[in-house]
Design a protein around this ligand. Sequence first.
Ligand code: CUA
Length: 229
Amino acid sequence: MKLMATWLNINAQDSASPLMEQLTFFHDHAMLILLIITLIVSYIMATLFTNKYINRFLLEGQTIELIWTIAPAVTLIFIALPSLRLLYLLDEINCPLVSAKSIGHQWYWSYELSDFKTIEFDSYMIPANEMKPFNFRLLDVDNRLPLPFKSQIRMMVSSTDVIHSWTIPSAGVKIDASPGRLNQTTFFLNRPGLFFGQCSEICGTNHSFMPIVIESISPKSFINWVKSY
Ligand code: CUA
């Protein structure tokens, strides 16, 4: 399972949400089309090396022009329609059970959960010299965001200074945190675990050092955490 960035990864991280699963399927679909086009074009280009160019009377080719105009257009439709489906699916809110707010700062995130009572905390990266043996370098934070799995989550994202981006690849979430604007996104975690992300908008010198960590826990444990906060 790849639920955080490690070395030599080519593909996306494994999904921990239905939307990320759909995004992975779309990626594979687009890559397959890309591979087919690359192979066809490579074959045609390779063929050119053995072409003797002996047809002195060729001035136009209506048929081939019709084919190489329509074929790419049809190919684009096969990419555009699933892409559009996914776009609207990602925008669907689906009656969330829990709402959480994330606010970007230079250079840390702060969280607010006001569904139950006022919960507010800051989330800073753990510096390399303060790391414990179980911490992940450049990815772990002092205060993670606990969220219940198997529940629809509404994430509200904003910023106090510059544009940041709240991103959790395995949950299929990436949304800009803009000052003076409240963005909304939603996700559904289908299992427990730690899900890591990093700020994905170039926001200043410490842009690389404001990671995001979700602690996906059972709804029961989440309620206990809220009670004990
Ligand atoms: Cu915050 Cu990049």
